[in-house]
Design a protein. Structure first.
Length: 558
């Protein structure tokens, strides 16, 4: 017996024999579904043999034969009925298990999110890409082929999506482009650190999506359910189908709050906050202002995360306020980082350590937050130091700023576009997909080894635009991304350590050292963050103006 678990209620298997039924009963299965017609293979037992063995083992069996490659809607309905009626768990089988997995997937279309169905079957070793439209269409066979077709479809209207749309339109205003995103509001997320530090008002970081979509670009206000790259199609919720000639994937990443037990229930109350959410950043500032004594924790999960410096930015701005208010001496600060270093680029660490010492903050490396008890104000961490057993510790707090674990969105992780870790699989220089040559990706969702920051997307957008224009002209890829990312580390109100770097940790400063030395805290870097970068974001990056972001050209030798 080769059973593959899909959920606690069902597993699927290759062809079973009468002898396998006894093993199935011993394994805890209570019912059998046969999806293979009698006589399909010369060596298969008949259903009557399976049924007799099942009755002998005290199990129920049901015969729902389906011809290979011809799963009908009625078959899925019958399978769903059997799943409702039969004792659980159920073991369904056919020749390879694929028909059974397909029938289960279709039968669950109205009961589970598409991403969860695809993830469950994928984990069991079955690819449901061939029936994804049917699953998206409530398990029924669609009658149409496409609702609309575009030269370019862009998935995601965040920083990367709008910027690349604007860069494309600035190069060719006649392009037929659609951008897909269900959100009605666009956020300047780099500003949320400043909101949490009492510098920006939250409303200054938000604009209506409709006011930012470039003129001439179609905005499709919908969520993406799945991709069919072999058919050049994107499946939207409700099984609407968009066809494309070229596709850009840039939906950002998923903040996985639920991965930390108890966190979702206590966010925004009990002293637990996060600058990673628009509605919570003001609460951070409220807590900071109100705190006069006690223990403040700041957490950082395992990489990758967006803006790797943000967790400690919250620490610095909070500590600076307490320092200026004269209460820092009565506050114990703990920075609990799942990683092993304060910052990944060593050149910036000395300046940061001066502030860690100034604020008397305790650094706790290899500490990963696993649960939060908000009412009792207790955080639980797994401490996984190298070459030692994992130790679980509890730490009490009066205030805690949490950076949540982060993953690729569900509909990306289970798609054919993803690598083994769930990120869109691209060449790190051209940002073109490694398998599908008419697909590109940028921003937080792709797997190039760069920092996930808005500054990175600002550099990536022109690269993708340039390469798509070249591809449309039948030319090789002409632009290369060097991995540039920027992290303005707000070490105190009025000063910033401006970290700028590319692939391999190579420092890539935008200004000569005599103008701005990024390894030192400077007032000029603060002015850049506070007064210059927001207008650059809204009025340049999102409008296709590539100031200091022109793409590097790939040399002919390459």
């Amino acid at each position: 017996m080769d059973d593959k678990k899909i959920t606690d209620k069902i597993s699927v298997s290759v062809q079973l024999t009468a002898a396998d039924i006894k093993a199935a009963a011993k394994a805890g299965y209570r019912s059998i579904i046969c999806n293979r017609p009698d006589g399909e293979g010369g060596d298969q037992p008949t259903f009557s043999e399976i049924d007799a063995a099942a009755k002998k083992a005290g199990m129920e069996a049901r015969y729902l034969p389906v011809v290979a490659g011809k799963v009908q809607d009625a078959d899925a309905d019958a399978f769903g009925a059997a799943m409702r009626e039969l004792p659980k768990p159920v073991l369904a089988y056919c020749r390879t298990g694929t028909r059974s997995a397909t029938l289960w997937s279709l039968s669950q279309a109205t009961k589970m999110p598409l991403a969860d169905i695809l993830a469950a079957t994928k984990a069991a070793g079955y690819d449901m890409a061939g029936v994804v439209r049917r699953i998206a269409n409530d398990g029924k066979t669609p009658t149409d082929t496409a609702d609309a077709s575009y030269d370019i479809v862009i998935v995601g209207a965040g920083a990367g999506g709008i910027a690349v749309a604007a860069s494309l339109i600035s190069r060719n205003s006649k392009l037929n482009i659609a951008i897909v995103d269900p959100a009605g509001t666009h956020y300047y997320q780099p500003g949320w650190t400043m909101v949490g530090g009492g510098i920006f008002e939250p409303q200054s970081t938000a604009k209506t999506m409709g006011s930012l979509i470039p003129r001439g670009v179609h905005w499709i206000k919908s969520a993406v359910a799945a991709f069919e790259p072999e058919n050049d199609a994107v499946i939207l919720d409700g099984c609407r189908v968009l066809k494309y000639t070229r596709l850009i994937v840039t939906p950002g990443l998923k903040l996985d709050w639920d991965k930390v037990e108890g966190l979702s229930e206590t966010l925004g109350r009990n002293g637990v906050t996060s600058n990673y959410r628009y509605d919570l950043a003001p609460y951070t500032w409220q807590l900071v202002q109100g705190m006069k004594s006690g223990r403040a924790l700041f957490t950082q999960p395992p990489m990758p995360i967006k803006c790797a410096g943000a967790p400690q930015k919250a620490l610095y701005l909070s500590a600076d306020h307490w320092f200026r208010s004269g209460v820092l001496k009565d506050i114990e600060i703990g920075f609990h980082n799942a990683g092993g270093v304060l910052f990944g680029i060593k050149e910036y660490v000395p300046a940061l350590m001066e502030y860690i010492d100034k604020y008397d903050a305790n650094l706790n490396f290899f500490n990963n937050l696993v649960s939060v008890d908000g009412p009792n104000k207790t955080a639980t961490f797994d401490v996984a130091k190298p070459d030692t057993d994992v130790e679980r510790i509890e730490v009490e707090f009066d205030m805690m700023h949490v950076c949540p674990p982060q993953t690729a969105p569900d509909f990306i992780r289970i798609s054919p576009l993803a690598d083994a870790a769930g990120w869109v699989d691209v060449a790190q220089d051209t940002l073109r997909h490694k398998t599908y040559e008419n697909i590109w990706s940028l921003g937080d969702v792709m797997n190039a080894p760069n920092a996930k920051t808005a500054a990175a997307a600002r550099k990536q957008a022109p690269v993708v635009a340039e390469n798509i224009i070249s591809d449309m002209a039948g030319k090789p890829q002409t632009a290369a991304y060097d991995g540039y990312g920027s992290c303005p580390l707000t070490v105190e109100k009025g000063k910033i350590v401006l970290a700028e770097f590319g692939y391999g940790g190579k420092m890539l400063p935008s200004f000569p050292k005599f103008i701005l030395d990024g390894t030192k805290p400077t007032r000029l870097a603060w002015l850049l963050k506070e007064q210059i970068l927001p207008p650059i974001y809204w009025k340049a990056m999102l409008r296709g103006k590539e100031w200091m972001a022109k793409p590097e050209k790939i040399s002919a030798k390459q």
